[in-house]
Design a protein around this ligand. Structure first.
Ligand code: ADP
Ligand code: MG
Length: 270
């Protein structure tokens, strides 16, 4: 080899045709790692097929990871929460076994719905999010909406003549999470839009809905229309898993038992 002089060009990186071909195929992790894993395989004297399997696994793991992150981003959870973070001992009214069974996600295959009913702070949004995160990990299409936001978007779409396209988009989801029904009363347009969403997804996709209002009060929330409330409930509840808890607020456990102002969602206690 010629001695390096101050004027010699920098040494060229050795050509890597296999690396280039793998990149051409979009297999970037394999391109980056095939040499290192080959050396390991040589040292361990492992069979060729094992080497190939470890290489493909590395590529697949990266793809799964990326797909999970993309699905989480598309679902638009306000805050990421996991089942592991949920303290079931704090909320004995929530059946841990039932939640863990749901986390196996068979309810999605059967297009069953999940309803979390209870006062503020019992973890309804947390559990709905945690199930949604599991669904993203299982490569399902998930969207999370504060229910008022979705209905506002649909009302705008309707005014622009774009409602059918929006409904098609929603019906492609495996899981639609509708958070916080009941904090704001809905007008007739929005009550009707909610009916359309629920009808469209009925027996095709799952809905997880959280609410602070018991079913008897839904007519009141839905533009005072008991008929539409009944029609929505009928579809939501046909195949459902129900969690109703009256437990303490995790946000303010020190205030449990203290009188809350009317309309704060404590009506389950009444
Ligand atoms: P809700 O939707 O019922 O009003 P959230 O799910 O928003 O309540 O819960 C309020 C806060 O308390 C969140 O930060 C949530 O993660 C937390 N939290 C609620 N319940 C529990 C619990 N049992 N274990 C751990 N964190 C909880
Ligand atoms: Mg909530």
């Amino acid at each position: 080899m010629a001695a390096a002089t101050p004027f010699a060009p920098p040494p060229k990186r050795p050509a890597d045709p296999l690396g280039l071909q793998l990149k051409e195929l979009g297999l970037y992790v394999m391109a980056e790692r095939y040499q290192e894993l080959a050396e390991e395989a040589l040292k361990a004297k492992s069979p060729y097929a094992h080497y190939l399997a470890s290489l493909v696994s590395a590529q697949l793991a990266a793809r799964m990871d990326r797909s999970f992150r993309e699905r989480l981003a598309r679902a638009r959870f306000p805050v990421l929460k996991t089942l592991e973070e949920y303290d079931f001992s704090f909320q004995p009214g929530v059946d841990e076994r039932q939640v863990r069974t749901l986390a196996e996600l068979h309810f999605l295959e059967r297009a069953e719905n999940v309803l979390f009913i209870g006062p503020p702070g019992v973890g309804k949004t947390h559990l709905a999010t945690a199930l949604g995160v599991k669904a993203c990990a299982a490569r399902r299409r998930v969207a999370f909406y504060p229910i008022g936001d979705l209905l506002d978007q649909l009302a705008l779409a309707q005014a622009a003549g774009l409602l059918p396209a929006k409904l098609v988009e929603l019906s492609r989801l495996n899981l639609l999470i509708l958070d916080e029904l009941g904090y704001l009363a809905l007008d007739a347009t929005r009550a009707n839009l909610l009916f359309q969403v629920v009808s469209r997804l009925y027996e095709r996709s799952s809905i997880i809905l959280t609410t602070n209002r018991r079913f008897e009060a839904w007519g009141e929330i839905l533009a005072g229309d008991a008929v539409i409330a009944g029609a929505i409930l009928d579809r939501l509840l046909h195949h459902r898993h129900l969690f109703a808890t009256n437990g303490p607020s995790y946000r303010t456990p020190d205030l449990t038992g203290v009188q809350e102002p009317a309309g704060s969602g404590r009506e389950l206690n009444r």
